[in-house]
Structures are given as structure tokens and as C-alpha cells.
Design a protein around this ligand. Structure first.
Ligand code: COA
Length: 406
């Protein structure tokens, strides 16, 4: 069997999504597919062909991602599928190899993804880099420790107004946590604000609320209510939060107070929250959140020097890393990181730490410490105190957060 990897055009999107329909059982409506076609972020649609037959696909989104103290152009690996007739013959391996080559050629020092299964991507140099938490809380247990402050005004918006009002709030919030991604207007329209069945998931229509303080938007939320009444006609419905973003801590408090106070709801559910979400301290009974963490973003360093230069460091220390990288051999070797100068360069100095590129991906956004990695046997400390020094350098003020699966 000879497999050829080729780029598909935007006009071939229908063809490109065919293996995804088979593998994920999904059938996006025409509006969602049209929205996808218009996304400027979707810059690569790789197809694996067995003769004329398209048997595997992998897409890539061009995003800017917030890093600790900076940002970086990244490649977001997405829509990966190989037909069941062609699995385990190296097609994914070929698609990822091509994806990483393209990312490197485009000057994108990181590839980032959400994994369907944790076993798939470690072998390709991706390291687990963030957590995604879900919460489920009874409405009558959502009291805050203090007052949210009754200073805000909540307004429900139609789609057109939300398209105007939400993006500036997102842009103010985006630098606040590593892992946040840029969004084009087409992304907002075709992905976030689209009110179709894929959004509603059997619930009511998409609701879009903005919280304004002194006339300025400080937070927004998107949610659907799944109404239900029990046998005694008591409301037993669920409010499913799709995204709640505050540009300020006050905005975050007010938008969650709004979400917790919607009537005719028994339960509020949210997912894709960061590990350090302020709700843990806002609520009088944090246990009632039933917060559970699962794996979030996976990060693959495509270019060590450029990736290390695209974030800030705590303290002005220096550290020499010896990186092992079988998938991208241009990354292998020793690099001296100068934290103050935000620079990494090849060196022949003796290394302080030895690690696989996947472990560096895990540490990059600050979601895992070098101590965590050393405890898991993923970092070797070669000079005394190097793990602590690395943690001083790589510590981030906030846990990484990517509130959307792409
Ligand atoms: C996951 C998927 C893309 C793998 O494609 P594939 O072409 O079969 O993968 P490859 O043949 O290149 O596999 C490379 C290696 O990864 C392993 N591997 C691949 N998928 C795996 C999985 N789901 N779990 C564990 N190992 C896996 C293979 O066993 C192989 O290991 P080896 O090199 O030691 O033999 C394919 O099975 C698929 O489409 N699954 C359903 C959709 C999906 O999960 N997509 C991922 C979206 S994030």
C-alpha cells in the first residue's frame, strides 16, 4: 500500500470532512460546514490518499496563543481521523510528520491539540500541558462567601450584537492566562456564536449575556438551559455554561452570580474551566462544585529556541537543558536558557537537566512544574538544585486555560 499525503483546498472541505463523519459519527449541518470553510484559521487540510481514496485527514488552525508573559504563533492540530479500514499502518504518523514540517516552515514554534485519547500523542512528542475541569453545582448551594457586588447590569444579546460586544472582552481576557487563543470574526460567527443543534445539544436556544459596569462590557457568558420538570412539577432543569469570560475579576464574579441566579434551574454545569478558577474561593461551599480535572491541552515544541524565546521567565537565572527529540531531530541537543534575556541558544555547556521534548511541552505553559515531571521520572536532574531553579524560571502566575476544544 502506497499512501500519498496531499493538501486539500478550502473548496474540498466537504471531501475533507468525510473521514471525520465516519470516524466521529458527526454530521455537521450546512451552516456549520459553511462556517468552517470561511475560517481563516484553517490553513492546512492534509489528506492521506490510497490511490484516489481519501483514507485519512489532519487539519491545522493558525492561532496566536498566550504564553506566560507573551504570545506565540502556533499550529493547532485538529480534525485528525484515519478510516477504520486503514488504521495502524502509519498514516497518522505520516500526517503528523507533515504537520510538524509545515509548522516549522511557517515559523510556528508550537503545535497544540486536544486529544481524544491520551495514548495517541505522547509518542509524537506532545506533552500534557493543562487541565480542563468540569463543575456541577445545585443552584441552591451557589452562595458566595461575600457579595458579588450589585454594580453590574446584565443584558441578553442577539447574535449580531454579541458579535460586536463579546470579542473585545475576550481580547482583554486573552493575555491573562496562558493557553488562550486568538479568534477571528469568522471564528466567532461560525464556531462560538452559532446557535445550531451541535450547540444546543437537546437544550433550549443559545443565550448570550453581557455584564456591563458603568456602561462598559466586563464579562460575557453563553449558555443553554435544558428545561425539565419533575413528577411534582418542580423545576429540575440544568443550565449548561458554554463559556463565561471576565475581562476583570469583578466581571468574572458578576457573570457567575448571574449564571447561578437564573430561575427554573436546579443544576448548573460547566466544563473546560482552569484548575485555578476563582469559583473555588468565591463559593461559600467550594466542595459543592464537584470540580473534576481531566487532561486539557497537549503541547509539542516544534522549535526549541523560538518557543523558549516566546515566553517570559521568573528571575534572571540561566539553565542548560539537554533535549531528546526523535520526531524532530533539529530540536535535539543542549540549549542554554537565559531567563532575563528571554533567549535560548545552543551550547556545549554541561546540562543541568535532561528531558524529552514532550516533558518540555508539559512545563511550557506552567501547567506542570519540573518537580512534577521529575517525580514522574520525566526529567533527570544533573546538577543539584536544577529542578528548583527551573521551577523559579518557568512558574506562571495563572494556570493554563483553553476554554474551547478545537
Ligand atoms: C487515532 C488514529 C488517528 C490513529 O491513526 P493510525 O493511522 O491508526 O495511527 P498509526 O498507524 O500512525 O499509529 C502510530 C502508532 O500509534 C499507535 N496508536 C495509534 N492510535 C492509537 C490509539 N488510539 N491508542 C493507542 N495507540 C495508538 C499505534 O499502535 C502505532 O504504534 P506503533 O508505532 O508502536 O506501532 C485513528 O485510529 C483514528 O482515526 N481514531 C479515531 C479518531 C481519533 O481518535 N482521532 C484523534 C483525534 S485527536
Amino acid at each position: 500500500m502506497r499512501i500519498e499525503i496531499r493538501q486539500l483546498t478550502a473548496d474540498q472541505l466537504g471531501e475533507f470532512t468525510q473521514p471525520l463523519r465516519v470516524v466521529f459519527g458527526m454530521s455537521p449541518g450546512p451552516e456549520r460546514e459553511e462556517g468552517m470553510r470561511r475560517l481563516p484559521e484553517l490553513t492546512s487540510r492534509l489528506g492521506a490518499f490510497d490511490g484516489d481514496a481519501l483514507v485519512g485527514v489532519a487539519g491545522s488552525f493558525a492561532f496566536t496563543m498566550t504564553t506566560p508573559g507573551g504570545d506565540a504563533p502556533i499550529a493547532g492540530l485538529t480534525m485528525v481521523a484515519v478510516l477504520p479500514t486503514h488504521r495502524r499502518r502509519g498514516i497518522l504518523t505520516a500526517l503528523i510528520g507533515r504537520h510538524l514540517d509545515e509548522a516549522r516552515a511557517e515559523g510556528r514554534p508550537l503545535s497544540v491539540l486536544w486529544a481524544t485519547e491520551g495514548t495517541i500523542y505522547g509518542r509524537f512528542g506532545y506533552g500534557l500541558a493543562s487541565h480542563a475541569c468540569s463543575a456541577s453545582i445545585e443552584r441552591d448551594r451557589t452562595g458566595f462567601r461575600g457579595e458579588a457586588g450589585a454594580v453590574g447590569r446584565a443584558r441578553l444579546l442577539g447574535e449580531a450584537e454579541a458579535l460586536e460586544v463579546f470579542p473585545p472582552v475576550w481580547e482583554r481576557a486573552r493575555p491573562l492566562a496562558p493557553g488562550m487563543l486568538s479568534r477571528s470574526a469568522a471564528w466567532w460567527r461560525g464556531r462560538r456564536l452559532l446557535d445550531d443543534e451541535a450547540t444546543r445539544k437537546g437544550g433550549g436556544p443559545l443565550q448570550r449575556v453581557v455584564i456591563e459596569v458603568d456602561g462598559r462590557a466586563e464579562a460575557y457568558a453563553m449558555y443553554c438551559v435544558h428545561h425539565r420538570w419533575d413528577a411534582s412539577q418542580i423545576p429540575a432543569g440544568t443550565l449548561r455554561v458554554i463559556e463565561a469570560i471576565g475581562a476583570t475579576p469583578r466581571g468574572t464574579r458578576l457573570v457567575w452570580r448571574y449564571l447561578f441566579d437564573v430561575d427554573l434551574v436546579q443544576q448548573i454545569e460547566a466544563s473546560l474551566l482552569p484548575l485555578d478558577h476563582p469559583l473555588r474561593l468565591l463559593l461559600a461551599e467550594p466542595r459543592r462544585l464537584r470540580l473534576t480535572a481531566t487532561d486539557g491541552l497537549w503541547v509539542r515544541i516544534v522549535d526549541v529556541e523560538a518557543a523558549l524565546a516566546a515566553r517570559a521567565y521568573g528571575g534572571g537565572g540561566a539553565l542548560t537543558l539537554e533535549i531528546e527529540d526523535r520526531g524532530c531531530p533539529w530540536n535535539a541537543g543542549r540549549f542554554r536558557l537565559d531567563g532575563g534575556a528571554r533567549r535560548a541558544a545552543r551550547t556545549t555547556d554541561a546540562p543541568d537537566l535532561r528531558l524529552d521534548v514532550a516533558a518540555l511541552g508539559s512545563a511550557y505553559l506552567g501547567g506542570f512544574s519540573f518537580r512534577d515531571l521529575a517525580d514522574a521520572g520525566q526529567v533527570a536532574e544533573l546538577t543539584e538544585g536544577a529542578v528548583d531553579r527551573a521551577d523559579t524560571l518557568f512558574r506562571a502566575a495563572r494556570a493554563p486555560w483553553c476554554p474551547e476544544i478545537f
